[in-house]
Design a protein around this ligand. Structure first.
Ligand code: NAD
Length: 380
């Protein structure tokens, strides 16, 4: 019997409902697929509001240690503490474990209502860089000593002339490195080749930001040529690029042109949510944060804590559930994951879903979170 331990965080707001549903469905899928020969031992670890209430800390050391020890984890959404302390728990987790890829696969499920005419043409996987760019959070508030010093350095030592209103300016620093770009693009190319996907598109804004976003494009192409030259020349893989604003338009007009997307952090933020909206919204968009070198990975719902619907038994658990499907694929237990995906396909095709999706279906039936969970288990 094979058993792996997966630390998990219930999370805040709707977190316990979506994670609870996920654990039940995954356990049932494993039992169906492997008859007990492959199992997950779920180990709860604390973070967020529950942790703060019980331990007085938002992110205990034991939680980080568990993720380091087991290299894998599942998490529900966490409230961002307001007013000091940790800037964002999610960012802290990603940076501490150096989870440099935010992986967001985007596909459509038949039956799910969407704002586009041909959602079936959307089938992309976004590799969003997770540790650099403006999300590194290097910025200073106007009026602080740091902002003033930074302003003086820019205007004085660096001879910058383009700060229009220096006395009231906030400053932020955008960092994009060759190494950071290379490891992201390498992971994206390997992912595409492993799955027989046709292309990797570098989405950037290098026409304006020549050295950061432009560097991303240049280093990405160079890396692909150096390490995947054979696949490129044999046509097994195509590497191309697109300026981000054009990409947002093209992804709506001709999504079939794109497969794997590699992009810096801020572009990736916009791109991931727009693509998710094209196939039915963040309620069913899964995600993972992964370091493809150490194989540390945390799989998580992409939506927030949805406090407006917490505790009402109506939340859609699919984002977290599909993230768990990614986890199963990551550890090579594909059959269990495929059973869950197939069960979701059947449920949606028959118009059965939680209210957020069912109300947009032509003859949808809205199920509670727990009834939907039971339905998926019955369809496994
Ligand atoms: P949200 O995603 O929690 O909610 C936005 C809207 O979408 C709400 O109306 C909500 O009811 C609805 N919604 C979200 N997920 C849903 C689901 N699974 N099923 C049905 N409806 C769903 O975003 P927000 O309101 O901006 O953020 C609330 C809190 O969550 C904030 O503290 C924020 O910092 C945090 N947050 C955490 C994460 C994370 O942990 N990864 C991500 C985003 C936001």
């Amino acid at each position: 019997m094979e058993k792996i331990t997966v630390p998990f965080i219930y999370g805040d707001g709707v977190g316990p409902e979506v994670v609870g549903a996920t654990l039940k469905i995954v356990d049932a899928a494993l039992a169906k697929a492997y008859g007990g020969s492959k199992q997950i031992e779920w180990k709860e670890v604390l973070a967020g509001g529950k942790s703060f209430e019980q331990l007085g800390t938002w992110l205990p050391d034991e939680t980080m240690e568990a993720f380091r020890k087991y290299h894998i984890g599942l998490k529900g959404p966490l409230t961002t503490p307001v007013g000091g302390g940790i800037r964002s728990l999610n960012v802290a987790l990603r940076q501490t474990l150096d989870l440099y890829v935010c992986l967001r696969p985007v596909r459509w499920f038949r039956g799910v209502a969407t704002p586009v005419l041909h959602p079936e043409r959307v089938n992309m996987t976004v590799f969003r860089e997770n540790t650099e760019d403006i999300y590194a959070g290097i910025e200073w508030e106007p009026g602080t000593e740091e902002a003033e010093r930074f302003g003086k350095f820019l205007l004085g030592d660096m001879g910058v002339k383009k700060v229009r209103f220096p006395d009231t300016a906030a400053y932020g620093v955008k960092v994009i490195s060759k190494e950071g770009t290379e490891r992201l693009v390498r992971a994206a190319c390997r992912y595409a080749l492993d799955r027989g996907l046709p292309s990797v598109t570098l989405v950037h804004k290098g026409n304006i930001m020549k050295f950061t976003e432009g560097g991303f494009k240049k280093w990405g192409y160079e890396l692909a040529q150096k390490e995947f030259g054979d696949a490129l020349s044999s046509g097994r893989l195509v590497i191309k690029d697109c300026i981000c604003d054009a990409f947002l338009q093209n992804a709506l007009l001709k999504p079939e042109d794109y497969s794997v997307i590699a992009t810096p952090n801020l572009n990736g933020d916009y791109v991931s949510d727009m693509l998710a909206a094209q196939v039915g919204g963040i309620g069913i968009a899964p995600g993972a944060n992964i370091n493809f070198d150490t194989r540390d990975a945390i799989f998580e719902a992409t939506h927030g804590t949805a406090p407006d619907i917490a505790g009402k038994n109506i939340v859609n658990p699919c984002s977290n559930l599909l993230s768990a499907v990614m986890l199963l694929e990551f550890v090579g237990w594909n059959e269990a994951g495929e059973r869950i995906t197939a069960a979701l396909e059947k449920a949606f095709a028959s118009g059965r879903a939680t209210a957020d999706l069912a109300r947009l279906m032509p003859s949808g039936t809205a199920l509670s979170t727990t009834d939907f969970t039971d339905l998926i288990i019955s369809l496994l």
